[in-house]
Design a protein around this ligand. Structure first.
Ligand SMILES: NC(=O)c1ccc[n+]([C@@H]2O[C@H](COP(=O)([O-])OP(=O)(O)OC[C@H]3O[C@@H](n4cnc5c(N)ncnc54)[C@H](O)[C@@H]3O)[C@@H](O)[C@H]2O)c1
Length: 257
C-alpha cells in the first residue's frame, strides 16, 4: 500500500503502534504530534526499517497547525489518502472541580482536533476526486461512564457521533469509521494500572487481560484497507469484551469463572 497515512499522536502508545503497523504494510507514514521529539523518534525508527516516514510538530486543537501540518506532509510525502485521528488527552477530575481550561483542552484535542484533521484531509481528497479512509480512535468511555472523566466521556461520545456524520457526508469517496479501545497499557494509562487495579480490570474483562497497542493497530489497519471497502460509519469495540460484560461482582456465571 504505497500511499500516505497520517497518524496524529503517533509519537507514543497506541499511535506509535499504529504508525509501525502501517509502515509494515508499506504506507508512507506521517506522524503529527505536539511532542516533536517523540514523533521524531518513531519516524526515525520507521526510516530505519527502510520506509519513508515524516514527523511534524502540530497541536491538532489549532486549525492553523492542522492546515500547516497537512500542507507539509503533502509537500514532502505526497497526498494523504488515509488518516488516523488518534491523538488524545485526559484530565481526571470531578466535574464540579473541572476548570474551563481543562474542559476546553480535552474537548479541543479529543473531539475538535479529530474534526479539524478530518475536514482538512477531506477537503483535499474531495478536491482531487480521490478515495480515502479515516479511522477515529474513540474509547470504551464513549458509552460507559466513569467518575472523574466527564470531559473525556463527552469528547469520545462526540467522536462516535462525528464518525457517523462524516461517514454520511463524505460517502462514497471517503469511508469514516472508529475503533473504540478498552483498557490498553500505554504511557497515558500506565500510572493508573497499579497491581490491585490491574487485577480488578482483569477480572472484569472477559478475555482476562489489559490490551496492548498492537491489538488496536491491526484493527485500524483493517478499517483503512480495501478489505473494509463496504464498512463506513461504524465503531468497532476492541476491548476484550469489556463493554458486553453484564456479570455482577461476586455472582459471576460462565464456564471459565
Ligand atoms: N490507553 C488506553 O487505555 C486507551 C483506551 C481508550 C482510548 N484511548 C485513546 O487512544 C488514543 C491514544 O492514547 P494513548 O494511550 O496511546 O496515549 P499516549 O498519551 O500514549 O499518546 C497520545 C499522543 O498524543 C499526542 N498529543 C497529545 N495532545 C496532542 C495535540 N494537541 N496535538 C497532537 N498530538 C497530541 C501526545 O504527545 C502523545 O504522543 C487517545 O485518543 C486515547 O483517548 C486510549
Amino acid at each position: 500500500m504505497d500511499t500516505v497515512a497520517l497518524v496524529t499522536g503517533g509519537g507514543s502508545g497506541i499511535g506509535e503502534a499504529i504508525a509501525h503497523h502501517l509502515a509494515g504494510e508499506g504506507y508512507r507514514v506521517a506522524i503529527v504530534d505536539v511532542a516533536l521529539e517523540s514523533a521524531e523518534r518513531v519516524a526515525a525508527s520507521l526510516r530505519g526499517t527502510g520506509r519513508l516516514a515524516l514527523a511534524v510538530q502540530g497541536d491538532i486543537s489549532r486549525s492553523s497547525d492542522v492546515h500547516a501540518a497537512v500542507e507539509r506532509v503533502e509537500r514532502e510525502l505526497g497526498p494523504v489518502r488515509h488518516l488516523v485521528n488518534n491523538a488524545g488527552v485526559v484530565v481526571q477530575r470531578m466535574a464540579v472541580d473541572l476548570t474551563d481550561e481543562e474542559w476546553a483542552r480535552v474537548v479541543g484535542v479529543d473531539l475538535t482536533g479529530a474534526f479539524y484533521m478530518s475536514r482538512e484531509v477531506a477537503r483535499r481528497l474531495l478536491a482531487r476526486g480521490e478515495q480515502g479512509a479515516i479511522v477515529n480512535i474513540s474509547s470504551v468511555l464513549a458509552r460507559v461512564a466513569r467518575p472523574l472523566n466527564s470531559a473525556y466521556c463527552a469528547s469520545k461520545a462526540g467522536v462516535e457521533g462525528l464518525t457517523r456524520a462524516l461517514a454520511l457526508e463524505f460517502a462514497p469517496k471517503i469511508r469514516v469509521n472508529a475503533v473504540s479501545p478498552g483498557h490498553i497499557l500505554t504511557t497515558l494509562t500506565r500510572p493508573m494500572f497499579t497491581p490491585p487495579i490491574t487485577a480488578a480490570f482483569n477480572a472484569r474483562i472477559p478475555l482476562g487481560e489489559l490490551g496492548q497497542p498492537p491489538w488496536i493497530a491491526s484493527v485500524v489497519a483493517f478499517l483503512l484497507s480495501e478489505a473494509a471497502r463496504y464498512i463506513t460509519g461504524q465503531v468497532v469495540e476492541v476491548d476484550g469484551g469489556y463493554n458486553i460484560n453484564g456479570n455482577l461482582p461476586g455472582l459471576e456465571f460462565g464456564p471459565n469463572r
